[in-house]
Write a protein that binds this ligand. Structure first.
Ligand SMILES: NC(=O)c1ccc[n+]([C@@H]2O[C@H](COP(=O)([O-])OP(=O)(O)OC[C@H]3O[C@@H](n4cnc5c(N)ncnc54)[C@H](O)[C@@H]3O)[C@@H](O)[C@H]2O)c1
Length: 414
């Protein structure tokens, strides 16, 4: 049961999966354990994460643990058709293709829900929303789910506050082994990989504007500085703004910085961060892209409306000419640039994020019916286990507290 672009692409996809497997030591060790313990025996798992090689390997790890896998993407532009083909070739069920229309994307999400999943692995909330809104009769089958990203978690918390979340969710993004590494170092590196390979322009000497100084924004700004850019931050949170200033960056309002920016990266999780007000202020040739989960940060629809002329400037870069004669360029249609114009985070980073995903899914299966809260943090033991395994695989040893030290740290009398 599958709906993919072309099964004949499987060999190229297999090569990509084999390559990441060689760099995902945590998942390799978890796969061996799952193969022996079969924590998902008899369970159907629906998964919606950007469908490229690292995600495909996570699917194979869950399948090794006995899961019947139903897989789709989490963004129409991030699915890699050869990777999807390789999974189908291995007997998994996949519903996704690159460049899906809004209707096709929704159909693919619906297909993996319609099979009646027991565990949901989501990235941005599309699976959870769809089952709650369109297939509530299937909710009783669901043991629980895991959410990969900040934006999805914000939605889950809002759903829970409204009393609308009907099964327990694990907040994978909020595990320290996820956001401290994936959001910061992963986004920091892969955003620049996507921008650089797509534009083939220099970053040094440019005014790079990063909207949002959260975990992802910190990474994007840090790496832009490393490339030699002058980095300017926009923020709405006064503490994050101060943090950015003390990290050595300029902080300005978007409307003002629009006048001097050469390259803009939004990564806020908010909407309408760059809109018409700023477009008209921008320099001729300014480049815009987004790394936040949804494509609502740069108002590309608004830009299309006010453009007097458009062109495909380069593969994956659309040009828009404004009435003042200036051309603005948008990478990857304003969808998250590291996946719409690249291969996403490095394998070693996704190894950590997906180890948390895999172990959290197994935790859900083990604790079926026992979780009283709908919103659940990843247990510290899982977080620590992932960090310790990673250190071990990288050959790094750390100190341990002596009994005396433990006593000292746990007492208040000197
Ligand atoms: N591209 C990727 O691979 C990737 C990876 C992880 C997370 N994400 C997504 O990136 C987004 C940010 O994630 P995060 O973990 O950094 O979140 P975060 O909450 O740590 O940071 C977001 C920051 O944006 C700021 N912000 C909000 N609205 C703003 C606005 N209008 N203008 C300027 N600043 C604003 C907030 O104050 C906050 O500091 C989310 O959508 C998340 O899902 C993308």
């Amino acid at each position: 049961m599958s709906e993919i672009r072309d099964i004949n692409l499987w060999e190229s996809g297999k090569r990509k999966i084999d390559w990441v497997r060689g760099n995902m030591c945590l998942l390799n060790s978890i796969k061996e354990e799952f193969a022996a313990e079969k924590p998902f025996a008899g369970l159907k798992v629906a998964l919606s994460i950007h469908l490229e090689a690292k995600t495909a390997y996570l699917c194979k790890v869950l399948a090794a643990g006995g899961a019947e896998m139903y897989v789709t993407g989490s963004n129409p532009l991030s699915t890699q058709d050869d990777v999807a083909a390789a999974l189908v070739h291995d007997g998994l069920n996949v519903f996704a293709w690159h460049g899906a229309t809004a209707e096709e994307y929704h159909r693919h999400i619906s297909e993996v829900i319609k099979i009646g999943p027991n565990i949901i692995i989501d990235d941005g909330g599309d699976l959870v929303n769809t089952i709650h809104n369109e297939y509530p009769q299937l909710i009783p089958n669901v043991i629980g789910g895991c959410e990969e990203t900040t934006t999805g978690i914000i939605r889950l918390i809002n759903m829970d506050k409204a009393g609308e979340l009907k099964f327990p969710m694990m907040l994978v993004n909020n595990a320290r082994c996820k956001y401290l590494f994936d959001n910061r170092y992963g986004t920091g590196q892969s955003v620049w990989d996507g921008i650089n390979r797509t534009t083939n322009l220099i970053v040094a000497g440019k005014n790079v504007v990063v909207a949002g100084y959260g975990w992802c924004g910190k990474g994007v700004a840090m790496r832009a500085k490393g490339f030699g850019a002058s980095v300017i931050i926009t923020e709405v949170d006064p503490i994050k703004a101060l943090e950015a200033r003390m990290d050595g960056f300029k902080v300005m309002k978007m409307e003002e910085v629009a006048k001097i920016g050469d390259l803009f990266v939004t990564v806020t999780g908010c909407k309408d961060v760059i809109t018409e007000k700023s477009f008209y202020n921008m320099k001729d040739g300014a480049i815009l892209c987004n790394a936040g989960h949804f494509d609502c940060e740069v108002d590309v629809a608004g830009l299309k409306k006010i453009a007097v002329e458009t062109k495909l400037a380069r593969n994956n870069i659309d040009g828009y000419k404004l009435s003042n004669g200036n051309w603005l360029y948008v990478i990857g249609e304003g969808r998250l640039v590291n996946l719409a114009a690249g291969d996403g985070h490095p394998a070693e980073i996704m190894d950590m994020s997906f180890a948390i995903q895999a172990l959290s899914a197994a935790y859900l299966a083990k604790n079926k019916g026992k979780l009283s809260s709908m919103i659940n943090s990843v247990p510290e033991e899982i977080d620590d286990d992932v960090a310790r395994r990673k250190l071990r695989f990288w050959g790094i040893e750390i100190d341990t507290l002596t009994e005396e030290q433990e006593k000292y740290l746990n007492s208040w009398q000197v």
